[in-house]
Design a protein around this ligand. Structure first.
Ligand SMILES: Cc1cc2nc3c(=O)[nH]c(=O)nc-3n(C[C@H](O)[C@H](O)[C@H](O)COP(=O)(O)OP(=O)(O)OC[C@H]3O[C@@H](n4cnc5c(N)ncnc54)[C@H](O)[C@@H]3O)c2cc1C
Length: 486
């Protein structure tokens, strides 16, 4: 995503570019694969920016995304706690959510009031590109002031208690399950303002799902890039970035071929780029600190079933807090995410559906297991059986209708993208990581830039796309060109 975006903006600004992609097709973590009649989406859950007037909408248009492929979703998802039977639907109906929360958690009424009121307030602001119009290298004090001024009514939401992790906020609540609910809105480590922001997006109908799945989304950007004159070489992994006299001058591919260029931009895994394609000697202290200390987002295990059954009424996403943990590898799993692809006919033939379960897991176990292919395969089958038993609780008879089973592990994600430890989004979106926006260049190396999820404070589709825009803004500044988006 970051590479294609860089390519689009570079072509728009008069640079001749070529992309060298290790895989046989583009998309990276935005992956969808075919299994018989079904399309398994192992990527993007939701996005924002599909409505005109929103800053990110303009950016999606710049890189060739057709808003018609982005399906409006009035529902963010369902929270279900098996032990207590608590079920909470998060929809665009803020008042309904308020009432539901109040009924379940009366002793936290003040907090609930605050939560809904503040999310409603935030929903009046466009935060889709907030702080990311430009790379940090090009930001002046005046830019900062302008940003602060634009948000003067809601600045407090990015400081104090709002900037504490949801995990720590949850500990202060009277109802434990309410805390669990808050943590499951995204991830426990995100700052509380992030949860408010998600709710604000849902309340203002700014949430969308991908009608044609993750990979077609990436393919749209690829088509835009090719139409602008770019070239992509598939199955062309880069082995080394060639440096001469402190300047990046080319890349050596895995097949030995050397390609020279005026600028080298890496949009692959950050660790791999800095410590393998380049070398530690080029990495400055601030960058090194981040790579040594910052947490990365855990990988996940995705178990998908192609089912001869329709689920028209089910929410597309349900987070289930299990009454009995299940064991996966060395871990006890207390929560699963059920994703039902019932919002588009792209994923399955009529009256059939892809039902998927996502589990946050660990890298080491799966990486070790992958070294013994027969053990790895049989354990994946075992996990799929276990999950099917779990799904039967919610959808009795489902097992009989399963036509396809697919299991993607952290190793799968690493194998196809090289993302460190199979991380699905790069850096963990915690308070500390979100506070710093890394630089996209290295002080001791000229003509080299970093794009993609690892080059931003946290990953995700919009940061990855914006990273490419940032790099080309830097190139244009370097070459005294006016940055163009058309
Ligand atoms: C299950 C899942 C759910 C997600 N949900 C969301 C969501 O709801 N919302 C959201 O915004 N984001 C979501 N994301 C995250 C989002 O998809 C990623 O942050 C984003 O796609 C990352 O793009 P990228 O270009 O930075 O990196 P990548 O997608 O990792 O791309 C890197 C590319 O580099 C290539 N490559 C690797 N090594 C080399 C080499 N040596 N030479 C040449 N090429 C190489 C890879 O093949 C790959 O194509 C999700 C991801 C997953 C997996």
């Amino acid at each position: 995503m970051g590479g294609l975006s860089t390519g689009c903006y570079a072509q728009l600004n008069g640079y001749h570019t070529e992309i060298f992609e290790k895989h046989t097709h583009s998309g990276g973590l935005a992956a969808t694969w075919k299994r018989k009649d079904y399309r398994i989406d192992g990527g993007i859950h939701f996005l924002t920016g599909h409505k005109p007037g929103i800053a990110f909408y303009k950016i999606l248009r710049e890189i060739g995304i057709n808003p018609e492929t982005l399906v409006d979703s009035s529902t963010y998802g369902r929270f279900l706690d098996e032990n207590s039977g608590v079920i909470i639907d998060i929809t665009n109906n803020a008042n309904k959510l308020y009432q539901t929360l109040l009924n379940y958690f009366p002793d936290d009424s003040l907090f609930i009031e605050d939560l809904i009121k503040n999310a409603k307030k935030l929903s009046k602001y466009d935060l889709s590109v907030f702080g990311l119009e430009k790379p940090v290298e090009l930001k002046s004090k005046i830019d900062d002031l302008k940003e602060f001024w634009a948000l003067k009514g809601i600045l407090k939401y990015f400081t104090g208690k709002y900037n504490r992790s949801v995990d720590s906020i949850a500990k202060q609540l009277n109802h434990e399950i309410f805390g669990e609910f808050l943590k499951k809105i995204f991830l426990p480590q995100v700052p509380y303002w992030f949860v408010l922001m998600i709710l604000s997006l849902v309340f203002s109908n700014q949430l969308c799902l991908l009608r044609d799945g993750s990979n077609e989304f990436a393919k749209s950007i690829e088509r835009r890039y090719l139409a602008l004159g770019g070239k992509i070489h598939f199955s062309s992994g880069v082995k080394k970035i060639i440096v001469e006299k402190g300047s990046a001058i080319g890349v050596q591919l895995e097949n030995g071929i050397i390609e020279y260029a005026d600028y080298i931009i890496s949009s692959t895994d950050g660790f791999h780029t800095l410590f393998h394609l380049l070398g530690k000697e080029f990495v400055d202290e601030a960058t090194l600190d981040r790579y040594n200390q910052a947490d990365i987002l855990n990988p996940c295990l995705i178990i998908s079933f192609g089912v001869d059954q329709a689920f028209p009424e089910e929410p597309w996403l349900t987070v289930v807090v299990l009454n009995e943990p299940i064991t996966v590898g060395n871990q006890e799993i207390h929560e699963i995410v059920i994703r039902i692809f019932n919002y588009s006919s792209y994923f399955a033939p009529p009256e059939k559906t892809v039902v998927q379960v996502l589990i946050e897991t660990e890298w080491d176990f799966w990486n070790e297991l992958s070294k013994d292919q027969s053990l790895y395969t049989s354990y994946k089958q075992e996990i799929a059986k276990l999950i099917l038993i779990k799904l039967e609780v919610y959808f009795p008879g489902l097992s009989r209708n399963v036509q396809v089973t697919d299991v993607a592990t952290p190793y799968t994600f690493w194998h196809f993208t090289q993302s460190t430890k199979g991380s699905i989004m790069g850096w963990a979106p915690n308070v500390k990581n979100m506070l710093t926006q890394p630089k996209k260049s290295l002080p001791t190396l000229t003509n080299f830039y970093l794009a993609g999820q690892w080059s931003m404070s946290v990953g995700g589709v919009s940061p990855s796309i914006l990273s490419g825009r940032h790099v080309v803004q830097l190139l244009c500044t370097n070459d005294s060109r006016k940055f163009r988006t058309r």
